[in-house]
Design a protein around this ligand. Structure first.
Ligand code: ATP
Ligand code: MN
Length: 464
C-alpha cells in the first residue's frame, strides 16, 4: 500500500476535529479490537502519545478474515479518512479504507490485559515500553532530559564531556567497577604478589566513573560554567528503591559561585525541570496521577510554587532529636542522616523540600570547603518528599594548602592534576550532582527507581 501521508497519532489528535475529511496514513500497534458484525473498532497506539487513535473498520468493506490478524500487540498500517468522532473520549477517528498488517502477535503476547503489576512488567522489561505506564514514564524522561539541556544552554553553560572510564580512584563517591582486559583466571603478579596492572589495557588500574565532578572542575576553571550529563556507575550493594548500579547524573560546576549561589541555582534548576514536565507532559502526568498517585500533580505544583527551606545540618539534627519520633537508626550530631531522617524533616516537619547545609566534614567528601568552625563543610543536600536526597553539592575548597592537608589526612594519592586547579589561578567555585532517575522518580510519582529507566541495572540484575 502506498503511504500517502503518514501522521503520528499525537499529530492527528492535536489537529482535532478541524482536520476531518483529510486522508491519512497511520502506523502503530494494536491495543484492543472490539465491535460487532457490522463494525469493528481498533485502538491504535504508536508511542507518540499516551492516547490511542480509534480506527473504524466497516465490515461491508473488510472481510472477517482480513481483520483476523489484528489482535492485541500486532502492528498495522491503515489508510483512511479522518472523521469527527461520535464516541466520547476522542475528537477524531479514522474510517479505514485500506489495511496492511506488518506483524501479527500470537496469543502468547505477554501484554494482553491491562493492569499488569509493575513487578510482572519488570520481568518483561524488554516489552514494557509498549505499556501505557512505561510509555508515559519514558516520554516524561525524555522531556526532562531535554529540559536539562535547555535550562543550562539558555543560561550560558557549556555541556562538558567527562570520561566514563577513569583512572582517578579517589572520587570518593562510591565503590567502583573495574575495567580490565587481564585474564581473570591467571592474573599477572609483580614480585610483591600484587596484580601487575602495567600489563593491563591502559597500563594501570582503570574503573568506570562514579561521578564526573573532579574532571568537571577542570572544565569550570576554564570555561566558567559547565555541566555534565552522563551515565555513572556504582558498585554498591544498595538494594533500595532509590539506587541503581548504572544511573545518569547531571553535574553543573560553576566558577565564582559561592554556596548561596549554588543553592539558588539548584532550586531554580529543579523547579524549571518540573515545570517543563507539567507544561509539556500533561497527558502522561495526568495518566500517572489517575492510575498510581492521586496527589502527584498537586505535589509537583506545590514544589514549584514554594520556596525550599534552607537549614544547617546542626539545626536539622536538633529538630530530629527533639521530635520524640522513634527512628530505626539513631540520630546524633555527626551521623550521616538516613533516608527516614531526611524524609521526616521534609514530609512531617517542614512539609516542603529542604536544603540541608554545613555538614560535619567527616561524613562528606574531601574537596568540600571547610567552614571557619573547622568542623563543618559547605555542603548542600537537597531533600525531597518521597525521595530523600535528590541533589548533593557543595562549595569546593579552593585553598591549595587546606585541600592538600585534607588529601594527606585521608591518604589520597595521584591527585596532582586536580591540585593544579588550586595551584594555578584558583577561584571560588561550586557545583552539585542531581541523580537524573531520582528526578524522573519524583516527576512520575513512581515508587521504584527500577521503573524509570528502560534497562535497570542493580545487584544480580543485568538483562539485555
Ligand atoms: P545516597 O546517600 O542517596 O546513596 P549519595 O550521597 O551517595 O546518595 P552523591 O554521591 O551525592 O550520592 O550523588 C549525587 C546524586 O546522585 C544524589 O543526590 C542522588 O540523586 C544520585 N544518586 C547517588 N547514588 C545513586 C544511585 N545508586 N542510583 C541513583 N541515583 C543515585
Ligand atoms: Mn550525596
Amino acid at each position: 500500500m502506498q503511504d500517502i501521508r503518514r501522521k503520528t497519532v499525537a499529530a492527528i489528535l492535536a489537529g482535532g476535529a478541524a482536520s476531518a475529511g483529510e486522508i491519512v496514513d497511520v502506523k502503530g500497534w494494536v491495543r484492543t479490537r472490539r465491535g460487532n458484525k457490522n463494525v469493528q473498532f481498533v485502538a491504535l497506539n504508536d508511542g507518540s502519545t499516551i492516547n490511542n487513535l480509534q480506527i473504524v473498520f466497516d465490515l461491508s468493506k473488510f472481510s472477517d478474515d482480513s481483520l483476523k490478524p489484528i489482535t492485541t500487540g500486532s502492528s498495522i498500517h491503515v489508510q483512511g479518512r479522518l472523521v469527527a468522532s461520535q464516541g466520547a473520549g476522542q475528537s477524531v477517528e479514522v474510517q479505514a479504507d485500506e489495511l496492511e498488517v506488518y506483524g501479527t502477535a500470537p496469543v502468547d503476547y505477554p501484554l494482553q490485559k491491562k493492569g499488569h503489576t509493575l513487578e510482572f512488567l519488570r520481568e518483561k522489561a524488554h516489552l514494557r515500553p509498549r505499556t501505557n505506564t512505561f510509555g508515559a514514564v519514558l516520554r516524561i524522561r525524555h522531556a526532562l532530559a531535554y529540559a536539562i539541556h535547555k535550562f543550562f544552554n539558555d543560561k550560558g553553560f557549556f555541556y562538558f564531556h567527562t570520561p566514563l572510564i577513569t583512572a582517578s580512584d579517589c572520587e570518593g563517591a562510591g565503590a567502583q567497577f573495574q575495567v580490565t582486559t587481564l585474564p581473570l583466571n591467571g592474573l599477572p603478579k609483580d614480585e610483591a604478589g600484587n596484580i601487575d596492572y602495567s600489563q593491563d589495557f591502559f597500563g594501570k588500574l582503570a574503573s568506570l566513573t562514579v561521578s564526573g565532578q573532579l574532571e568537571g572542575e577542570l572544565g569550570a576553571t576554564a570555561l566558567g560554567l559547565i555541566y555534565t550529563f552522563g551515565p555513572t556507575f556504582r558498585a554498591e550493594n544498595s538494594n533500595t528503591p532509590r539506587h541503581l548500579s548504572e544511573f545518569w547524573m547531571v553535574e553543573p560546576e560553576m566558577a565564582f559561585y559561592e554556596i548561596a549561589d549554588n543553592m539558588d541555582l539548584a532550586e531554580e534548576f529543579i523547579k524549571y525541570c518540573i515545570n517543563y514536565a507539567l507544561e509539556h507532559c500533561e497527558d502522561d502526568i495526568r495518566f500517572l496521577n489517575d492510575h498510581f498517585d492521586k496527589e502527584l500533580v498537586d505535589r509537583l505544583k506545590f514544589v514549584v510554587e514554594n520556596d525550599f527551606v534552607r537549614l544547617p545540618y546542626t539545626e536539622g539534627v536538633k529538630i530530629l532529636e527533639e521530635s520524640g519520633k522513634k527512628f530505626e537508626f539513631p540520630v546524633y550530631w555527626g551521623v550521616d542522616l538516613a533516608s527516614e531522617h531526611e524524609r521526616f524533616l521534609v514530609e512531617e516537619h517542614f512539609k516542603k523540600p529542604v536544603i540541608l547545609t554545613d555538614y560535619p566534614k567527616e561524613i562528606k567528601a574531601f574537596y568540600m570547603k571547610l567552614n571557619d568552625d573547622g568542623k563543618t563543610v559547605r555542603a548542600m543536600d537537597v531533600l525531597f518528599p518521597k525521595i530523600g536526597e535528590i541533589i548533593g553539592g557543595s562549595q569546593r575548597e579552593e585553598n591549595y594548602d587546606k585541600l592538600q592537608k585534607r588529601i594527606e589526612e585521608l591518604g589520597l594519592t595521584g591527585m596532582d592534576w586536580y591540585m593544579d586547579t588550586r595551584k594555578y589561578g584558583t577561584v571560588p567555585h561550586s557545583g552539585f550532582g542531581l541523580g537524573f532517575e531520582r528526578l524522573v522518580l519524583f516527576v512520575t510519582g513512581m515508587q521504584n527507581i527500577r521503573d524509570v529507566i528502560p534497562f535497570p541495572r542493580y545487584p544480580k540484575a543485568c538483562e539485555y
